[in-house]
Design a protein around this ligand. Structure first.
Ligand code: ADP
Ligand code: MG
Length: 419
């Protein structure tokens, strides 16, 4: 397919004039029936990389995705773009018999171009038996890091995928997509999905508009947070805390101090959670104080700051969570409070887990400790962790962190690491 045509299809289906980043190359690789591995930060436009080739090719593309809510959003969006019903479907346990029948007939009739499934639905004999008789254009595994214990969101069901793919068909191209850039996770994905010399496309993970700052956490952390939030009055922000108790306590403290803050954690009932999320999105609340339960799939472009009341459990988590700031390219201040006591707390949390998991957790923690205590540019450190070289003199956002702007006078010997 010529380039001109791909642009036309992009315009026709999505209304966009240009591809974003590496999308066009990725799409060509998929159309060429190659196993393809896509590593792009959140918001990079990964969905379109498989949606467009699915729409313009014969057969049905199977898309594996971990979250039912996200799958439903995508299906609704595709259906809204198309003038025919059934172009995209979800296949999962929430469907009744009549609905399953409809989905199957749409696939068999060549109407359905995108079939979203949760990994656990793919273990159903009935579905596998059906799918292996259909024309499958390719199989896309979104959020592919879920397959790796080294990722921030390991899901054991993802480990069964290779076996199931083999049962659906022998020569189906596999597309893996993730926003996780660590080399360990990438190796795990390629190995576990059995991808064969995949064409690999990796976008830069640099977020030049984000300012990274880490401060020591003292007994005055409440006052520090209140002061920061007051200085950013009226702006949208997220404050992450480790525990639900701290979320409740800090949101009350902020409210008492005149900040329009609301709590969010998995201990709240689903109605309250949905309400608080909407209040934040609709700007009825400026600040959401939350556990990490908040954020997956939330796309508020103008979050102006992300505060970490506690240091996250890995650099990966830190990057994902701070990444929710400044999605529109505007200001995004990322402020984390660090105390080694919190690290010990995180270690303690892990003590009940299987030894292998503890070892991984410990190694990840050591890296975030090194990051927090380092006097090297935060951006350089993060990007190095993701396998990218960054030059603060020439790179975008080179002066956008505390260590570069305000170099520590007395460098400690252990910081003399050359990256
Ligand atoms: P990811 O899965 O990588 O986090 P998404 O697929 O959710 O990213 O896309 C992020 C946003 O980028 C979406 O709002 C999407 O509509 C938009 N987008 C994707 N491709 C393009 C493009 N070629 N031109 C303009 N916007 C795009
Ligand atoms: Mg995505």
């Amino acid at each position: 397919m010529s380039e001109l045509n791909l642009h036309q299809e992009l315009k026709k289906y999505f209304g966009f004039d240009e591809f974003k980043g590496l999308q066009e190359e990725v799409i060509k690789s998929i159309i060429g029936k190659n196993d393809t591995f896509v590593i792009m930060p959140t918001g990079g436009g990964k969905s379109l990389c498989y949606q467009l080739p699915a729409l313009i090719q014969e057969g049905t593309a199977i898309v594996v995705s971990p979250l039912i809510a996200l799958m439903k959003n995508q299906v609704d969006a595709i259906e809204a773009l198309s003038d025919q019903n059934g172009v995209a479907h979800v296949l999962n346990s929430s469907l009744n018999k009549t609905q399953v029948k409809q989905v199957k007939s749409d696939i068999a009739n060549g109407v359905t171009k995108l079939l979203y499934v949760a990994p656990e639905s793919l273990t159903k004999e009935e579905y596998v038996d059906f799918l292996k008789q259909q024309t499958i254009s390719f199989l896309a595994i979104d959020e592919a890091h879920c397959i790796s214990e080294w990722g921030h969101d390991f899901r054991p069901e993802y480990r069964n995928l290779r076996k199931i793919i083999g049962r659906i068909g022998d020569n189906i191209p596999i597309i893996g997509l993730t926003a996780t850039a660590t080399p360990k996770v990438q190796e795990d994905i390629i190995k576990n999905l059995g991808m064969e010399n995949p064409n690999t496309f990796k976008a830069s993970f640099n977020r030049p508009n984000l300012y990274y700052e880490i401060r020591p956490k003292t007994a005055n952390v409440d006052a520090d947070i209140i002061k920061f939030v007051k200085q950013n009055d009226g702006k949208s922000g997220i404050i992450y805390c480790l525990s639900r108790k701290r979320v409740e306590q800090l949101s009350q403290t902020l409210q008492v101090n005149g900040v329009n803050a609301i709590p969010y954690h998995a201990g709240l009932d689903s109605k309250t959670r949905a309400k608080h999320q909407d209040m934040f999105l609709m700007e009825d609340a400026d600040v959401v104080v939350a556990t990490i339960a908040f954020g997956m799939g939330i796309d508020k472009p103008d979050v102006r700051f992300v505060i970490h009341n506690d240091i996250p459990k890995s650099i990966e988590s830190y990057y994902q969570e701070t990444g929710r700031a400044g999605r529109d390219g505007g200001e995004g201040h990322c402020l984390a409070f660090y105390s080694y006591k919190d690290v010990e707390k995180l270690e303690k949390f892990m003590s009940g887990k299987p030894v292998a998991e503890q070892e991984i957790g410990h190694a990840l923690l050591q890296e975030i400790v090194a990051f927090a205590e380092s006097s090297i540019s935060r951006r350089k450190f993060i990007l190095h962790y993701f396998g990218e070289e960054f030059d603060n003199e020439t790179g975008d956002g080179g002066d956008m962190d505390d260590n570069v702007r305000y170099p520590k006078k007395q460098k400690e010997a252990k910081d003399d690491v050359v990256l």
